[in-house]
Design a protein around this ligand. Structure first.
Ligand code: E4P
Length: 223
């Protein structure tokens, strides 16, 4: 299981990397536009913060295979690092995935809402597929069930493509996706931090320290 940060906010990325086991950063055009900065400089900065080993997923905007390929080359040349090109699963996107795979690019197929979209993208050569759990749940869909069925298809056909479950708004969605065998999840720092939160954990720690202090008149282990 890999955990990614789904943000282009440099402070969140720095904090995430410092505290948590992070495999990389995922972005999309909305996430980047939210920062309102020069996007090439911003992506280079993100690459500098995470280093060359961690993955950086960057999405194209093109809607023709030709433009997607051009944008992928631009991203590779101008940003560099351990880049994964995120490509939406439209017809032209699938064509672009096939072309770019042959050229040695790492690919994440994105904007996935059905198991069959994921299967076609995987057969075309995608390294990851990114189904959007919360966006499905928001319109009375079942995001976790889509994860379950993608996993089943990938297992049946022995495909090496990994699920990068995305668009999470709460811990329960992440937990259920993990139980279904999603190979990776991408989370905001807020959702990631909520994975650790429990009021009984906090109250337990408070009691441990109070009990220690009562007996030893100090709040730490080392005198
Ligand atoms: C990641 O690939 C997606 O772009 C992202 O998780 C979408 O998240 P949202 O539904 O919160 O916008």
């Amino acid at each position: 299981m890999l955990i990614f940060l789904d943000t282009a906010d440099i402070n969140s990325i720095k904090k995430g990397i410092e505290y948590y086991p992070i495999a990389g950063v995922t972005t999309n055009p909305t996430i980047i536009a939210r920062e309102n900065k020069d996007y090439v400089e911003l992506l280079k900065d993100i690459g500098g913060v995470i280093g060359k080993d961690k993955m950086l997923h960057i999405q194209v905007l093109g809607t023709t295979a030709e433009n997607i390929v051009k944008e992928a080359n631009f991203i590779k040349d101008s940003i560099g690092g351990n880049i994964y090109i995120k490509i939406p699963v439209i017809k032209e996107g699938i064509k672009a995935i096939k072309i770019l795979k042959k050229k040695g690019f790492n690919i994440t197929a994105t904007a996935i809402f059905t198991p069959q979209q994921a299967l076609v993208a995987a057969l075309a050569g995608a390294d990851f597929v990114a189904p959007y759990v919360n966006r499905l749940d928001n319109i009375s869909g079942d995001g976790v069930n889509v994860i379950r069925e993608i996993k089943k298809l990938f297992d049946i056909y022995k495909l090496n493509t990994r699920i990068l479950a995305a668009s999470f708004k709460n811990v329960e969605q992440v937990h259920k996706s993990s139980l279904e065998g999603a190979h990776s999840v991408t989370l905001s720092l807020e959702v990631l931090e909520n994975l650790l939160y429990h009021p009984l954990t906090d109250s337990s720690i408070k009691t441990f320290i109070e009990d220690w202090e009562t007996t030893y008149n100090q709040t730490e282990f080392i005198k």
